[in-house]
Ligand binder design. Structure first.
Ligand SMILES: [Zn+2]
Length: 87
């Protein structure tokens, strides 16, 4: 399981980016500020994603291979067996 505060922080960062986009759309003088924040927040999100994927993993019950791919984990998909697995 991912550390829940990492996931919560990651989602908050995404909400912040969206909030800044909305704000800068109404206030063009904040466009430069928006670009700077988008870059910084995206870096933080990438670091959080990396940490979440290190903690999170999915192990196939059939062949035993472990995947750290977030899509595989979410869909419980084994890339070796090419199968989706029930919980
Ligand atoms: Zn497998």
């Amino acid at each position: 399981m991912a550390l829940s505060h990492d996931v919560a922080l990651r989602n908050s960062m995404q909400e912040w980016i969206q909030a800044w986009r909305n704000y800068a759309a109404l206030h063009p003088e904040y466009k430069n500020d928006l670009h700077w924040r988008e870059q910084k927040y995206s870096q933080i999100i990438a670091m959080l994603d990396a940490r979440i994927s290190l903690v999170d993993s999915f192990t196939c019950s059939k062949c035993g291979i472990t995947s750290h791919n977030p899509n595989d984990i979410r869909e419980r998909y084994c890339g070796r067996c090419h199968e989706f697995q029930a919980l």
